[in-house]
Design a protein around this ligand. Structure first.
Ligand SMILES: *Cc1c(COP(=O)(O)O)cnc(C)c1O
Length: 403
């Protein structure tokens, strides 16, 4: 039977015959119980160091915690980044536990008055998503006697080419259409708010350096035009992020060094500070999902491995988190990483739905009941982005490895 390809195993793990995370075998880690997410702190730290080496020094690094809000991970990352971007009051509380309010920004449509007030009282910057939200924030500022820290999220008139999720160049629930932004900035400043600058996020999961470079250049150009039209200098321009990671066959890593080199020559077009906000690129390849084989079964000539967790924990690997075509994540039998393939198997989770398919017809060494299956590139949009209550199985365990 023809096997379907799998995505690239991150190089750091691909070299191992039996999977180890932070110096301990997968078997050892799984002793705590499966299914399990392991987040390899050294791998996250290596990403942060690579960002710092590649990017101009004046570009701040923010962590977008919706990618992975596991509290021990946030606490470990916080001292090494310059800020945290949040998108709910719940995320804001987590960020405030580890970093000062002035380094935190709060984006997302539909912020309730209670969320706006909590942010304003804490001194967190609100990335405004609409004029209506701006007026509610100004009213809360007036009522509380606090000048709110307000940045304007701009719906750019361009998009990040080749990105998995486009966030610009069209009608959008996110941000305020660029043409209306200068009037709003003048309004914010006249009302006595502390205007913090721009937030411009044009897309996610980009693997092409050329596309990111083009978008960053367009973003800086747009910020400069808007600042000019508003007659005010933005204290900060948040350039968004969108740095992607390889998931699927044929995906290649983003050349972050090329992005940094190109960005260096663009920054002087505007007198301001810059930030880049990253989620997936910082934590995605540092995460591994481990599930145990509960059953092997044959049906009409095909072999199924049934493991103890599936889309309830890892919606993205099953292709049900915003993908058009289902493709296989990087997957391996944890203690037989280098062994030759012996069979073609489909790996499914324990849920009573045909959507619960973690790997479709992949060629692997034989895995027996009790063996561990590892799914790589699982550190972002995993546990918190999956319907854990669906079908009533236990929640997934999460562990930070190497702290
Ligand atoms: C989701 C999101 C991010 C993080 O995106 P990644 O692709 O995980 O890097 C950053 N900024 C905003 C505004 C977001 O909504």
């Amino acid at each position: 039977m023809n096997a379907k390809p799998i995505g690239p195993i991150p190089p750091h793990y691909g070299g191992q015959a039996a999977l180890e995370i932070a110096g301990r075998s997968a078997t050892d880690w799984a002793g705590a119980g499966t299914p399990l997410y392991l987040y390899d702190l050294a791998a996250v730290q290596a990403r942060i160091a690579r960002f710092r080496a590649a990017m101009p020094a004046q570009v701040a690094l923010h962590y977008a915690i919706k990618a992975n809000p596991f509290s021990p991970l946030i606490a470990a990352i916080a001292p090494q980044v310059d800020g945290i971007d949040v998108a709910s009051a719940g995320e804001m509380a987590k960020a405030l536990a580890v970093l000062p309010a002035t380094t935190i920004s709060f984006a997302g449509p539909g912020k309730r008055d209670a969320e706006l007030e909590a942010a304003i009282r804490a001194g967190v910057t609100l990335n405004l998503e609409s004029e209506g939200e701006a007026e509610r924030a100004l009213a809360i500022g007036e009522r509380t006697g606090i000048a709110p820290r307000l940045a304007v999220r701009v719906n750019p008139d361009f998009e990040l080419r080749g990105s998995g999720m486009k966030m610009g160049g069209r009608a959008s629930p996110f941000g305020i259409d660029a043409a209306r932004v200068p009037v709003l900035i003048r309004r914010l400043i006249a009302a006595g708010a502390d205007w913090r600058g721009f937030h411009i996020y044009a897309g996610s999961q980009a693997l092409s350096a050329e596309a990111v470079i083009e978008t960053q250049s367009a973003t800086i150009g747009l910020a400069a035009r808007l600042a000019d039209a508003a007659g005010a200098r933005p204290p900060l321009v948040n350039l968004g992020g969108g740095f992607g990671i390889p998931y699927f066959p044929g995906d290649a890593s983003l050349d972050v060094e090329a992005v940094g080199a190109a960005l260096a020559s663009e920054l002087e077009r505007l007198d301001t500070y810059y930030a880049i906000e990253l989620g997936r690129w910082l934590v995605g390849e540092a995460g591994i999902y481990l599930a145990r084989v509960i059953d092997r079964k044959e049906s009409q000539g095909e072999t199924f491995l049934v493991v103890d967790g599936g889309l309830n924990h890892h919606l993205a690997a099953t292709g049900n988190f915003g993908t058009v075509v289902r493709r296989n994540y990087p997957v391996a039998v944890a203690h037989r990483m280098h062994d030759a393939a012996e069979e073609v198997v489909t790996i499914v989770g324990p849920l009573c739905t045909p959507l619960d398919r973690l790997a479709d017809r992949v060629a692997l060494p034989r895995a027996e009941v009790g063996d561990l299956i590892a799914i790589f590139a699982s550190g972002a949009y995993g546990a918190s982005a999956s319907p854990q209550g669906f079908l009533g199985h236990p929640p997934v365990r999460e562990l930070l490895a190497g702290n």
